[in-house]
Ligand binder design. Structure first.
Ligand SMILES: NC(=O)c1ccc[n+]([C@@H]2O[C@H](COP(=O)([O-])OP(=O)(O)OC[C@H]3O[C@@H](n4cnc5c(N)ncnc54)[C@H](OP(=O)(O)O)[C@@H]3O)[C@@H](O)[C@H]2O)c1
Length: 323
């Protein structure tokens, strides 16, 4: 760790907080300065994350002078208020996905961050993986022609007993909020903003468990399937006029990139294996943004988060059960 290490704080002590804490501890130029739990009732869980300081309220962490950036790892419905608290206190913020529950809330956070000169980013961590960055570069350089369609499938088995938050409507539960940001982030990164969307879903309990989102973008179409019910292989396929890219997992998430050329019918395989969980790439990117004094990420810009918030809000409305 260097003397210029970025000092991170985390709000929340659940699953995401544990993953992010480990990534901060192992990423370059990072220090896990503080963790806060609501009301201090989970001091042991906070301590287990390994920070230098523990705070018994989110307000206390937001007010600390020892923090450069706060990672918000709380339920979806709390993101807006928690981010507001930290931005008002002049802190930079990395907020778990989805950034907010509505486009209007996302817009308010973006305006506040800009008025405070603070960094704000939605934590869509796959955007920072080497294979994903390479796929975007290939598209930008025209290596597979004009992109036409992005097809993403993300199925992560989240059992209701182990993950009650994900099935709780009052905490913004359901597959669209839990996983929908991933296909949208892949598609928007390649095809540009969503101009319109259609969504269908199935559910057996209080929240949707499988969904299909179909979007019209500036450059073409996308389709995203998500499920909470089983563990899928998980892949992204980018179909273009002169070729196709396929992002696949190897031992972790999206380390393999298949590049198929429509000109000669040949396919090559690139291996972008990494050590660690993969979240370290996002942490190191944020460290760079903070070091350079940037107020937003060039890889996960706020315009994408605003567009995603609008698309998710629309998909949720289309899939809501009649009262
Ligand atoms: N699980 C993952 O691996 C993962 C991966 C990517 C993204 N995410 C995102 O991270 C966020 C948190 O997910 P999670 O899986 O970490 O959830 P979780 O395990 O349920 O933990 C959420 C934490 O938020 C705090 N919290 C604040 N207000 C709360 C409330 N009203 N009810 C319950 N908890 C509240 C709690 O910590 P204190 O009580 O200690 O303050 C709790 O430990 C979500 O937005 C999710 O989309 C999660």
């Amino acid at each position: 760790m260097t003397e210029h290490a970025t000092r991170w704080g985390i709000l929340g002590t659940g699953n995401a907080a544990r993953t992010i804490a480990a990534a901060i501890r192992s990423a370059r130029d990072s220090m896990l300065q503080a963790v806060a739990s609501r009301g201090g009732h989970r001091r042991e869980q906070s301590r287990a994350l390994g920070p230098r300081e523990l705070h018994d309220s989110y307000e206390a962490l937001a007010a600390s002078d020892n923090i450069d950036v706060v990672h918000i790892a709380t339920p979806h419905t709390a993101h807006f208020q928690n981010a507001l608290l930290c931005l008002e206190a002049g802190k930079s913020v990395v907020c778990e996905k989805p950034l907010t529950m509505s486009r209007s809330e996302a817009e308010q956070l973006i305006l506040l961050a800009r008025s405070k000169g603070a960094f704000l980013m939605e934590a869509v961590w796959p955007r920072f993986l080497p294979a994903v960055i390479r796929s975007r570069e290939l598209v930008e350089h025209g290596s597979i022609g004009r992109p036409q369609f992005v097809n993403t499938s993300i199925a992560i088995h989240l059992d209701p007993a182990a993950h009650p938050r994900v099935y709780d409507p009052s905490l913004g539960g359901g597959v669209i909020n839990e996983l929908g940001s991933y296909p949208l982030a892949f598609a928007i990164g390649i095809m540009g903003p969503v101009l319109g969307s259609k969504a269908i879903s199935t559910q057996s309990g209080l929240v949707s468990e499988n969904c299909l989102m179909q979007c019209v973008h500036q450059a073409g179409l996308s389709s995203g399937f998500c499920s909470l019910k089983f563990q899928g292989r998980n892949q992204v396929v980018i179909v273009a006029s002169d070729g196709q890219l396929t992002l696949l997992p190897a031992s972790g998430k999206f380390e393999t990139l298949l590049i198929w050329s429509g000109n000669n019918g040949k396919e090559i395989t690139e291996d972008h294996a990494y050590a660690g969980t993969g979240y370290e790439f996002m942490i190191e990117h944020v460290n760079e943004c903070i070091r350079e004094g940037w107020n937003e990420s060039p890889l996960m810009p706020l315009a994408d988060s605003l567009n995603m918030a609008g698309a998710l809000e629309s998909c949720n409305q289309q899939c809501s059960m009649p009262a």
